[in-house]
Write a protein that binds this ligand. Sequence first.
Ligand SMILES: Cc1cc2nc3c(=O)[nH]c(=O)nc-3n(C[C@H](O)[C@H](O)[C@H](O)COP(=O)(O)OP(=O)(O)OC[C@H]3O[C@@H](n4cnc5c(N)ncnc54)[C@H](O)[C@@H]3O)c2cc1C
Ligand SMILES: NC(=O)c1ccc[n+]([C@@H]2O[C@H](COP(=O)([O-])OP(=O)(O)OC[C@H]3O[C@@H](n4cnc5c(N)ncnc54)[C@H](O)[C@@H]3O)[C@@H](O)[C@H]2O)c1
Length: 473
Amino acid sequence: MSKTVHEVDLCVIGAGSAGLSVAYGASHLGRSVVLFEREDMGGDCLNTGCVPSKALIKAAKVAHDRRHGSEYGIAPVEPDIDFKAVKAHVQGVIDQIAPVDSVERYEGFGVTVITEDARFEDEKTIVSDSHIVRAKRIVVAAGSRASAPPIPGLADVPYLTNESIFQVSTLPKHLLIIGSGPIGLEMGQSFRRLGSKVTIVDIAEPLGRSDPEHAKTLIEALKSEGVEFRAPVKTKKVSKTARTFKIEFEDGEAITGSHLLVAAGRAPNVDGLDLEKGGVKYDRSGIQTDEALRTSNPRVYAAGDIAAGKGGLTHAAGFHAGALIKNLYFMPPGLGGMFAKATTNRMPAVIYTQPELGNIGAGHNDAAKTLHFDFEENDRSIAERDTVGGLKLYLDAKGKVIGASCLGSQAGEIINTVSLAMAGKLKLSQISGMISPYPTRTEVVKRTASSNFTEAIFGPKARALAGFWAKFQ
Ligand SMILES: Cc1cc2nc3c(=O)[nH]c(=O)nc-3n(C[C@H](O)[C@H](O)[C@H](O)COP(=O)(O)OP(=O)(O)OC[C@H]3O[C@@H](n4cnc5c(N)ncnc54)[C@H](O)[C@@H]3O)c2cc1C
Ligand SMILES: NC(=O)c1ccc[n+]([C@@H]2O[C@H](COP(=O)([O-])OP(=O)(O)OC[C@H]3O[C@@H](n4cnc5c(N)ncnc54)[C@H](O)[C@@H]3O)[C@@H](O)[C@H]2O)c1
C-alpha cells in the first residue's frame, strides 16, 4: 500500500497535554500541522491521569464526608459504595472533557490528525503505517508511562498502574501501593475512603523533599484515616498466589493484599520512536533538550513528560507549549538569546489529598527567612472546622518571595495566588496590600505576607510615632 505524503510546517508526535497545546497554537497561527496519536486523544492527563484521579478523589471525599458529620450536628452514616457507579462517574467526567481534545475539534482547527504510531525515518521525516510526513519543524511530545522499579518478581506479577487502576472490576479489598509520591498518596487515600484497606510502601521517607512539617502532618492525616505506611523500607521480593499479592521486605517481614498498584515514578516513552534515525539524543530520563526545548537535532523539539528533567505535570507541559510556540514562530533560538525559556523557578505542584499539599519554587532549605500563617487563625477555616495546615512563604535574603508550601483544604487554589504574585514579581508589601474577601481561606496569602510587617506597623517605633501625632489631634 502506498503511503500518503504530507509536506507541512509542523509535525507533532503525541496528542497529550503538550502536543495538543502546540498543535492548537501552531494551527491558530495559520501553520500547517500534522498531529500523530497512537492511542487516546488527550493522553495521560485526560484518560489515565489527572482527570480520572481527581474524579475518583471527589467520589471518595463524598464517602468520607458522609462518615464525618457529628461535629456539625449531622449524624454520620456508613455509605453504600457502588463501585461500578463510582467508575461510571469517573468515565463520565472523562467523556465530558474528551470533546475538547478530540480529533474532530483539532481537524476543525485545520490540523491533520493521524491516529497511528509515529517514528522517525530521518532527521526531517516522520512515518507511520500509512503516512509519510516531511516537516520543517518536529515536536516530540510522546509522554511517559509508569516505570517498574527493579524489585525481584515484580515483572512476573499482574500489577496495576495508572493505566489500569481505574478499570479494576471490583473495589480492591486490600490495595498494596508501591510508591508514596502524588499517585500513591492520592490513590491511597481515595481507595481507603471508598472502603479498601490500603498499605503504601516506599523505599524512601514519604514526601522527603516537601516542607518537613507539612509532610509530617499530611502523612499523619492519612494514617488517621487508616492508610498504612511501610516506609522507608527495602523491598526484597514481590510474588503472587492465586488471589494474593505478597511483598517481602529485607527486614524479614511481609505483607499481603488483593491488588498491587505500582506508582514508583515515570519512564519516558522513547522506545519505538527511532530517535537515533532522527539524530535526537536521549537517555533513560528522556530526550535531552536545551532551555528552549531544542534537541540535538535543531529542527526537533521535545515537550512535556518526555523532555528529560523538565516535565511531570500537565501545567508544565502547557508551559512548554507556550514557550515552544514563541520559539518556533517568533523568537527562534538560533537568532540569539531572546528565546522563551521552558524552565522556570516558579513551577507549582499540588498533591490533591485531603489536606492538599501544594508548593511552588524554592523549598524550605533555600529560604533565608520563612513567613507562615496557620489556618488555625483563619476564620473561614475555624467556621468550617478545617484548621489543619497553613501557608509558608519562603524569602531570599532581600525579602523576595522565592517559594511557598501550603498544606490544607484548597492549598492548590492558595498556591495559585502565590503563583500569580511570583509571576508578577510582587513585593511582600504589594501582596499584603491586596484586599482579600472575608472570610476566605486564601486570606492566608495576605496574612502571611503582612506578618513580615507586624513589627514595623505595631512595634515600639510605630507606637511612639502614633503617640506623638495623637497629641496634635
Ligand atoms: C495518575 C496521574 C495523575 C496525575 N495528576 C496530575 C495532576 O493532578 N496535575 C498535573 O499537573 N499533572 C498530573 N499528572 C501528570 C500529567 O498527567 C502529565 O504530566 C501529562 O499528562 C504529560 O503530558 P504529555 O503531553 O507530556 O504526555 P502524555 O499525556 O503522556 O501524552 C503523550 C501522548 O503521546 C502518544 N504517543 C506516544 N508515543 C507515540 C508515538 N510513537 N506515536 C504516536 N503517539 C504517541 C501517547 O499515546 C500519548 O497520548 C498525573 C499523572 C498521573 C499518571
Ligand atoms: N497532583 C499531581 O500533580 C500529580 C498527581 C499524580 C501524579 N503526578 C505526576 O505524575 C508523576 C508520577 O508520580 P509518581 O507518584 O508515580 O512518582 P514520583 O516519582 O513522584 O514518586 C515515586 C515514589 O516511589 C518511590 N519508589 C521508587 N522506587 C521504589 C521502590 N523500588 N520501592 C518502593 N518505592 C519506590 C519513590 O521513593 C517515590 O516516593 C510525577 O511526575 C507527578 O508529578 C502529579
